[in-house]
Write a protein that binds this ligand. Structure first.
Ligand code: SF4
Length: 685
């Protein structure tokens, strides 16, 4: 039997392979044997067709050393001629932590640029920014056990039933066991609403206003924990003043009685858990949305206690592991900051000859820099930005114009792989070893179940080989993922006097065998053996004065506003049985049976208003472009809103990826693009 971890969502379920069958791991704390439809179909995706097989240069098969030599040569030439910021890596939440660690060390420590960003920028960058702004560090204070122990669970911008199904099952069980009250805040009436005591069909972008109004209601009701606020926080009065200036009914378009009902539930319940996801993060005000949620928990001291706290559900299996090693362009490894003392630490630990000293370009800006020629060589690993990025056609134009594009992927069928000058075959899930960290800070092993397909190699190996060619083997000479993990763990505790939460120094001396046998474990794991399930019940934040910041959150509308020309608001999101651009799940017939083609969901009133036919075809158009989809009439849609699943790409349709229509205005703090509020119009075809 081999135990590993599901590659799909941030729940991070344990799976096991025995006698040729994959099932849920009953000993993994994240899922206790449960799996959702996607996880249960993993065994059917082990043998993907369309694998790359061997490296290719301009479409011709070559040997690994030829491809790697060329990558190192062209990156080296760009660095030499145009400087370190002329090259970039764009990576993936599908990376294992070890892959991420090597990529960051290569770019930030040795090339000397922070131009490494990840598709996690589209997923949870606003949560990271909100955590850092409030807590001083990107720390998730809660854990999955809190779902079992809460009396009120507030789900914000999260179709948990479809996007984190195993946690939803746990929530259903908790509701049956202790009558947990559940509030769902979402413009759509999703499957998650089936267990809701209250559904608030909020206007897109209204979340800041709703949680700001909650902060005022908590104050008015005398529900602020004054002792906690005084001892452990700073800024409440400023936040309250900003909150009082917001017209919550206008911003949310909710009925006042429904807003009051939500306020009352929150005010009257001590054990409140707020689970939030992409409806919060994927917004031009994403960081403020996160802050508005954190503010309410900080002001009431409902944080870090059983059943209480704000809890970001990450989209990808290793969004958290990437953050731990500095996988975002504005982060450094081990939760270090771009400040002199931390830079000095990192420089000494890595013996880094050319440490990057400032943040790099975030995803949207990175592809703009490719388009205008500032970036002249880009290496894209484990992701398909031509399908997933906003302004996807602009990303295509950028890669078309880029002098040197390297793509590492499991498939040659992705839109992005087709534009590669050098295509490198990557080992996929079930073929490589490493670790991932799930939404509750739990580090789990991913283990190989079979040999890589063809001559595919893990991403960490590819990156380390280029690192060796550019900078020698002393810094990039790891023999296996265990060696990388040991270095990563040692860095986390290097000169860490307890002022950084992320510390897994207790795992820095694992032998290869102990690493291989590592059981799922939540961080921190310090050298003296200390672990923590939750953070901040007694303060102890990671700001200079150890106090949390309660931040003013003025409300602002989404950037793309509706008009007479574009009267509908487009929301994009996931379906129950598909993952990202369907590279794996699209190959499984029983998963495709759930929904076998893209569609646009509209309220029946809108179907009639725009002269559409249920199940007929519709042209949906934004200021950026148009595509043709099938009409799905759904009473759970908010009138005036349209929903389109994000999964289909050019590979599946002639119409193109829906993200080609999305302008992707970014949050000014997190850089996360707005993917859930684009002004569009529809017309029958
Ligand atoms: Fe995989 Fe997420 Fe489903 Fe668990 S809930 S089996 S991690 S997709």
């Amino acid at each position: 039997m081999t135990r590993t971890t599901c590659p799909y969502c941030g729940v991070g379920c344990g799976v096991r392979l025995q006698e040729g069958k994959i099932d849920g791991d009953p000993d993994h704390p994240a899922n206790r044997g449960r799996l959702c439809s996607k996880g249960a179909a993993l065994g059917e995706t082990l043998n993907l067709d369309g694998r790359v097989g061997v490296p290719r240069i301009h479409g011709s098969d070559v040997l690994w050393h030829e491809a790697l030599d060329l990558v190192a040569q062209r990156f080296g030439e760009a660095i030499e001629t145009h400087g370190p910021d002329s090259v970039a890596l764009y990576v993936s939440g599908q990376f294992l932590t070890e892959d991420y660690y090597v990529a960051n060390k290569l770019m930030k420590g040795f090339v000397g640029t922070s131009n490494i960003d990840t598709n996690s920028r589209l997923c949870m960058a606003s949560s990271v920014a909100g955590h850092v702004r409030a807590f001083g560090e990107d720390v998730v204070p809660a854990c999955y056990d809190d779902i079992d122990e809460a009396d009120l669970v507030v789900l914000v911008g999260s179709n948990t039933a479809w996007c984190h199904p195993v946690l939803f099952q746990r929530l259903v069980a908790a509701k049956q066991a202790r009558s947990t009250k559940i509030v769902v805040i979402d413009p759509r009436r999703t499957a998650t609403c089936e267990i809701a005591d209250l559904h608030l069909a909020i206007a897109p972008g209204g979340d800041v206003a709703l949680f700001a109004s909650l902060l005022v209601a908590l104050d008015n009701a005398g529900a602020i924990d004054r002792a906690y606020v005084e001892a452990h926080t700073d800024g409440l009065e400023h936040a309250l003043n900003a909150a009082r200036a917001i017209d919550v009914v206008a911003a949310t378009q909710l009925q006042p009685a429904d807003i009051d009902a939500f306020h009352d539930l929150f005010v009257q319940t001590n054990r409140v858990l707020t689970l939030y996801s992409q409806g919060v993060n994927q917004s031009s005000a994403g960081t403020d949305k996160v802050s508005a949620i954190l503010n309410c928990h900080l002001a009431t001291g409902r944080i870090g206690k059983p059943g209480s706290g704000p809890f970001s559900l990450t989209g990808q299996p290793n969004a958290m592991g990437g953050r731990e090693v500095g996988g975002l362009a504005n982060q450094l490894a081990a939760h270090l900051h771009f400040e002199p003392s931390d830079l000095d630490r990192l420089r000494r630990f890595w013996s880094a000859p050319n440490l990057a000293t400032k943040p790099g370009l975030k995803a949207v800006d990175m592809f703009d820099a490719v388009l205008d020629g500032r970036i002249r060589a880009i290496w894209i690993l484990g992701t398909n930005p031509l399908a997933s990025m906003p302004r996807a056609d602009r990303v295509r134009a950028a890669l078309d114009a880029c002098p040197f594009v390297v793509v590492s992927d499991v498939t040659d069928r992705s839109d992005t792989a087709k534009l590669a000058h050098v295509l490198l075959p990557a080992a996929g899930w079930g073929e490589k070893d490493g670790t991932v960290t799930n939404s509750e800070r739990r580090i789990s092993r991913q283990r190989a179940l079979r040999a890589p397909d063809g001559d595919a190699r893990p991403d960490w190996w590819q990156l380390a080989q280029v690192g060796q060619r550019l900078f020698g083997s002393f810094a990039f000479g790891w023999k296996n993922p265990a060696a990388i993990f040991r270095e990563h763990a040692a860095l986390s505790s290097f000169e860490n006097d307890g002022r950084r939460a992320f510390d897994i120094g207790g795992l820095a001396s694992l032998s290869d065998e102990a690493y291989d046998a590592l059981e799922p474990v939540q961080w921190p794991v310090t050298r003296d053996g200390k672990t923590r399930q939750r953070f901040f019940a007694d303060g102890g934040f990671y700001t200079p004065d150890r106090k949390a910041r309660i931040v003013p959150t003025p409300w602002r509308a989404p950037v793309s506003v509706t008009s007479a020309d574009f009267p509908l608001t487009l929301n994009t999101g996931r379906l129950r049985d598909q993952w990202h651009t369907m590279t794996r799940t699209g190959r499984v017939a029983r998963l495709m049976n759930h929904t076998d083609e893209p569609f646009v969901a509209l309220h029946p009133d809108d179907v009639a208003r725009y002269g559409l036919t249920p199940d007929g075809l519709v042209r949906i158009e934004s200021a950026l472009g148009a595509t043709v989809l099938r009409v799905r009439e759904e009473a759970g849609q908010r009138p005036g809103d349209a929903f389109v699943p994000m999964h289909w790409t050019r590979w599946f349709t002639s119409g193109g990826a829906i993200d080609a229509l999305v302008p992707g205005a970014t949050d000014p703090v997190s850089g996360q693009p707005e993917l859930k509020a684009t002004a569009v119009r529809v017309a029958p075809v």
